[in-house]
Design a protein around this ligand. Structure first.
Ligand code: ADP
Length: 260
């Protein structure tokens, strides 16, 4: 019988990628892309060469966050990611569309095919950590993507308004089926800290992340509050110059992957 890893597609023969980490969520809008962006910035600040594969084909938001736009270069050997001001390499559907506001209305198999091309036809040079901003959910499309790319680990992004335990359970089962380690959970929009009194308000209700993490034996890599200023920076393409040190400790944990 074929083992799950036999299904993986080989990356481009000119690519050199050391670690590949998928960022998943139960549904859209919980901040999966923001977490992918913040993790990438944190790793880059630690001196790693980071690549981001924006596999969220129907809702690509990575280029905008980093303030990069089109012109993917290509030659006989393949295509090349677009590099941000801070030196992060990005591949996204948004960099390939003639008009970045055009909707992508493809069905699952086509979407998975595009992600395979991001992996095989693009030349990712000297990437220490690649973060894959996955299609949202735990359905067919993320599953196919997970099967086709050699992943070293998965990070699950949740928010307090979700049915977190169900999402985590699904993701855990998916990861177990594919024998991919879950590196941990990130809870986004955890709370809001009042700028006037400093008090933490749990806007979306009480967080259950601690219980769920211990139930499944998972690490909590970080909790990010609701940060209107950060959202504005992302909208302005300035995630790389944000002063916040969100997910810095998570980046330290990922660095330790190299030592294992
Ligand atoms: P997803 O990738 O899960 O669909 P995004 O990362 O695109 O979600 O986030 C959805 C929207 O919510 C974006 O406009 C983003 O800027 C905003 N957002 C995400 N996380 C936060 C946060 N912690 N504080 C404020 N706004 C946030």
């Amino acid at each position: 019988t074929r083992q799950p890893h036999d299904l993986h597609e080989a990356p481009n023969e000119l690519s050199d990628i050391r670690h590949v980490i998928a960022v998943v969520s139960g549904k859209g809008g919980v901040g999966k892309s923001l977490v992918t962006g913040l993790l990438s910035v944190a790793m880059s600040r630690k001196g790693c060469h980071v690549g981001i594969m924006d596999a969220d084909i129907t809702g690509p938001s990575v280029p905008k966050m980093f303030g990069v736009r089109g012109e993917v270069r290509g030659d006989q050997a393949g295509a090349y990611p677009v590099t941000t001001a801070g030196g992060i390499d990005i591949v996204s559907m948004n960099l390939l569309l003639e008009n970045s506001t055009d909707p992508v209305v493809w069905r699952g198999p086509i979407i998975s095919g595009v992600v395979k091309q991001f992996w095989q036809d693009f030349i990712w040079q000297d990437v220490d950590y690649m973060f894959v901003d996955m299609p949202p959910g735990t359905g067919d499309v993320p599953l196919t993507v997970m099967q086709s790319i050699r992943l070293d680990g998965i990070i699950i992004v949740t928010s307090p308004q979700e049915l977190v335990s169900m999402i985590v359970e699904k993701a855990v089962k998916m990861a177990e089926g594919m024998k991919i380690p879950i590196l941990g959970l990130v809870e986004n929009m955890s709370y809001f800290e009042c700028p006037d009194c400093g008090k933490r308000h749990e806007i979306y209700g009480k967080s259950h992340i601690q219980e769920i993490a211990s139930q499944y034996g998972l690490d909590i890599l970080g909790r990010i509050p609701i940060l209107p200023a950060l959202a504005a920076e992302c909208d302005a393409g300035q995630i790389e110059t944000t002063e916040g040190k969100w997910l810095d400790e998570a980046a330290d944990k990922l660095l330790r992957l190299d030592q294992n």
